[in-house]
Design a protein around this ligand. Structure first.
Ligand SMILES: Cc1cc2nc3c(=O)[nH]c(=O)nc-3n(C[C@H](O)[C@H](O)[C@H](O)COP(=O)(O)O)c2cc1C
Length: 352
């Protein structure tokens, strides 16, 4: 109903607003007896946290998490995991001047239409801050997937029209935009810094590769694995599209080019992106997502206020000039949740 719970066998419920006291998550369905501590989750939180570099929002949050329940002596108990982090660097006054106006491209207008009023301080629940809770839950799912030999890796392939030409896995966490091509990364950083100086923003593309997934996961027909991943990823703010494998390129391919032919060792190509009929093939699951340019910009724009008056708006406050660098761990987190959930669903189907 209310839309803050995700997953079937491995389930998360997130809570918290951008400028409220805290954000957090309850994760249910966690396998008991698995080693898990705060430090393990914190690694992922640090990859998403604001203020991590000159190309992210300057809001300074350290996002130190606490596990309040669900572990004992360093291991999961199988009971609900409650993970929380406090908000410490709020500046609600930054929104005083625009509290009655609808920021173009943001969710102010639609939240007002839906609820009749809204938490205007940093967009409340429509803030990127909400995704901190997902990353905490995703880290738990990642821990469970590690035991299955599954790995999930996302990286930026394009920002502001600059595309990666090479793939260097070791470069990804060493550059501020998490790009897979260190040379393109430098150009992307320059571009973001220039746009930020101008008060503007840009979008990009993030690719995700899930390796080591067994064949046979996914629940036809409405809970196909690609459909579940698409829902998970499209539920992240600022994500505007997703394609699997050859994706939109399939439109201009012929059948004999697109089909992944097989020999005794398995699939010879992976245009399907690791999913056929909504079920994993055992090949890597590969998808790409479109990240829109951040809507909160300080370039003057036209809008209306809550009374319908036409107004000029300049969004001040602290914002990400490109969302790509910080959305990478969020995409991984959502992918981890979906894949572990479907392992558990498959086990239930087989009565294991
Ligand atoms: C990690 C992350 C950081 C974000 N940072 C900002 C930001 O600084 N400023 C902003 O206007 N939107 C930011 N967003 C995007 C908004 O949350 C999103 O645009 C808004 O909720 C409207 O939803 P929609 O763009 O999906 O329609 C961020 C999103 C994510 C996932």
């Amino acid at each position: 109903m209310a839309g803050s719970t995700f997953g079937e066998r491995l389930k998360m419920t997130t809570f918290g607003e951008s400028h409220g006291k805290a954000v957090g998550v309850i994760v249910e369905g966690v396998t008991p007896g698995v080693e898990l501590d705060e430090a393990y989750i914190q690694v992922q939180m640090d990859r998403r946290r604001p203020g991590q570099s000159s190309v992210t929002t300057p809001r300074k949050e350290y996002d130190k998490i606490s596990i309040l329940s669900g572990t004992f002596e360093g291991r999961t108990t199988g009971t609900p995991l409650f993970i929380m982090l406090s908000n410490t660097d709020m500046r609600p006054s930054a929104y005083d001047d625009i509290q009655s106006m609808y920021r173009p491209g943001h969710a102010d207008f639609t939240y007002n239409k839906k609820y009749g009023f809204r938490d205007y301080r940093g967009s409340g629940r429509a803030s990127g801050r909400e995704t901190a809770a997902r990353v905490a839950a995703g880290a738990v799912a990642r821990k469970l997937l590690e035991r299955r030999g599954v790995s999930v890796l996302a990286y930026t392939t394009e920002i502001g029209g600059i595309r990666c030409e090479t793939f260097d896995a070791d470069a990804i966490e060493k550059n501020m935009v998490r790009a897979c091509d260190p040379i393109a990364a430098e150009q992307m950083i320059e571009k973001i810094e220039k746009l930020a100086d101008e008060g503007n923003s840009c979008g990009g593309i993030v690719e995700c590769r899930i390796s080591g997934v067994a064949a046979g996961l996914g629940e036809p027909v409405f809970d196909k694995l690609d459909a579940e991943l698409a829902k998970a990823i499209l539920s992240i703010g600022a994500i505007k599209g997703i394609e699997f494998g050859a994706g939109f390129q399939a439109a201009s391919m012929l059948g004999n080019e697109h089909n992944d032919q097989m020999d005794a060792s398995g699939f010879k190509t992976n245009h399907a992106g690791g999913i056929l009929g909504g079920i994993s093939t055992g090949s890597d699951i590969v998808f790409r997502v479109v990240v829109k340019p951040t809507s909160s910009i300080s370039v003057p724009q036209k809008t209306i206020d809550e009374d319908g008056n036409e107004r000029d708006i300049v969004t001040i406050g602290r914002h990400d000039p490109s969302i790509c660098p910080r959305v990478v761990p969020v995409i991984e987190a959502m992918a981890c949740m979906v894949i572990e959930d479907h392992y558990k669903r498959q086990a239930a189907l087989l009565d294991e």
